[in-house]
Design a protein around this ligand. Structure first.
Ligand code: LMR
Length: 346
C-alpha cells in the first residue's frame, strides 16, 4: 500500500510538473537560443594576452546582447591551426580570429610584416599610437578584398629568443635552426643572424623543440611559458627584439549581414576587450618570465644595455634587405609616429 501510494505520489508530481517543465523548457529555448553564433578560433592558451581578451569579448557580448549572440571560443589550435584558420575564416567555417600580424603574408598582405621589423617600436605605447591611428586603419582596409573585415589590433608585447645552445649575443644563433612564423621579415631577421629559419605552425613548436627538429625559437614569454616551451629550451635571452601583434578579424559577409544594433554592441565589446588585452599583456608576460626563471628548467639571460645594442646593430641590416617587400614610406610614417610619441612623453 505504502509502495502504491509512493508511486502515485511520484507520478502525480511528475504529471503536475509537466506543464511547468514544458513551459520552462519552451521559454528557455525560445529566449535563450542564440540567434547568432560567433566561432572564435585561435592558437594560444586561454591564459595569454590574446586568450584573455577573447574570453572577455565572449563574456561582454553574451551579457550585453542578453544571449542573442553566443561567442564560442576555441583556443590552443583546438579547431584550426595557423594557416587553416585563415582559410576557414574566408570559407565561413569560423567567424572570428586574431592571427598574429606575421601570418598575413600568406594572404598576400605584406604590409603587416612591417610590425616584425626588429626594434621598430621602443615600447607598447608607441605601438598603440600606430595601430589605433590612421596607419592602423589603412593597414586593415586591404583585408576587405579578401572577404575579411579587420576590427582591431591586439598585442602580446615583445619577443625573447630561446635556444638549446648557450645564448646571449647575436652570434650565438649562427647555424641554429630557428622556428619562425611565416613572415619574410622574420625569415630575413634570422638569416641576418646567420640562423636557419624554419617556418612551422604554432601548434607544432613544442614537438619540434622536443625532438630537435629545431634548436630554438622566438616568442613573448607568455606564449613560451603557456606552451611549456621552457621544458624543451635551455636558454632564453631577453632580447625584446621584436613585437608580436594580432589583427582581430571577422568574415566580412557574416559581419555585413548582422543587424546594425548587434554590430554596434560587438564593436563596443571589442573596444573593451582590447582594453583588457592592453592592460593584461605586460602583467602576463612579466609573470610568465618570472615563472620560467623560477622553474629553473631554462636559464633566463637578462641583457645589459651594451649587449642589447649589439642585437640592435646586428639586426639593423634587416631594414635594407626587406626594402623591396615593405614600402619605405610605411616604415618612415611609423618612425615619424613613434618619434612624435616619444617627444610628447619626454
Ligand atoms: C606564433 O605562431 O609564434 C604566435 O604568433 C602565436 C600567437 O598567435 O601568439
Amino acid at each position: 500500500m505504502n509502495d502504491l501510494f509512493r508511486r502515485f505520489a511520484l507520478w502525480s508530481t511528475l504529471i503536475l510538473a509537466l506543464p511547468t517543465l514544458a513551459n520552462a523548457q519552451g521559454s528557455t529555448a525560445a529566449d535563450s537560443k542564440p540567434k547568432f553564433v560567433i566561432r572564435f578560433s585561435h592558437v594560444v592558451e586561454n591564459d595569454t594576452p590574446k586568450g584573455i581578451a577573447a574570453l572577455e569579448f565572449k563574456r561582454l557580448v553574451e551579457q550585453r546582447t542578453k544571449g542573442r549572440v553566443q561567442v564560442q571560443v576555441y583556443p590552443n589550435s583546438t579547431l584550426y591551426k595557423d594557416k587553416e584558420e585563415l582559410e576557414a575564416l574566408q570559407l565561413g567555417a569560423v567567424e572570428m580570429l586574431a592571427p598574429s600580424l606575421a601570418k598575413f603574408g600568406q594572404l598576400g598582405i605584406r604590409e603587416f610584416e612591417v610590425f616584425d621589423l626588429p626594434y621598430i617600436f621602443p615600447n607598447r605605447t608607441a605601438l598603440r599610437v600606430v595601430t589605433n591611428g590612421p596607419i592602423g586603419r589603412s593597414l586593415l582596409s586591404p583585408l576587405e578584398e579578401r572577404g575579411i573585415k579587420g576590427l582591431a589590433f591586439w598585442d602580446n608585447g615583445f619577443k625573447v629568443m630561446s635556444s638549446n645552445y648557450p645564448l646571449r649575443l647575436p652570434e650565438d644563433l649562427k647555424g641554429r635552426r630557428m622556428r619562425i612564423q611565416p613572415s619574410r621579415v622574420i625569415e630575413t631577421q634570422m638569416e641576418t643572424l646567420g640562423a636557419i629559419p624554419i617556418p612551422l605552425p604554432f601548434s607544432d613548436v613544442y614537438a619540434a623543440l622536443e625532438t630537435g627538429l629545431v634548436d630554438g625559437t622566438e616568442n613573448p614569454p607568455s606564449n613560451l611559458y603557456s606552451q611549456n616551451m621552457h621544458h624543451v629550451q635551455k636558454y632564453v635571452a631577453v632580447t625584446n627584439h621584436g613585437f608580436l601583434g594580432y589583427a582581430v578579424i571577422v568574415n566580412k559577409k557574416y559581419w555585413d549581414n548582422l543587424p546594425g544594433d548587434i554590430r554596434i554592441i560587438l564593436e563596443n565589446c571589442l573596444q573593451d576587450a582590447t582594453r583588457k588585452n592592453t592592460q593584461e599583456a605586460d602583467r602576463l608576460n612579466a609573470a610568465a618570465l618570472a615563472a620560467v626563471k623560477k622553474s629553473r628548467k631554462t636559464q633566463v639571460v637578462d641583457l645589459t644595455e651594451e649587449e642589447r645594442s649589439q642585437w640592435r646593430q646586428a639586426l639593423e641590416p634587416v631594414y635594407r634587405k626587406v626594402e623591396s617587400r615593405i614600402d619605405k614610406s610605411l616604415i618612415a610614417s611609423i618612425r615619424r609616429a613613434v618619434q612624435t610619441t616619444q617627444a610628447q612623453t619626454q
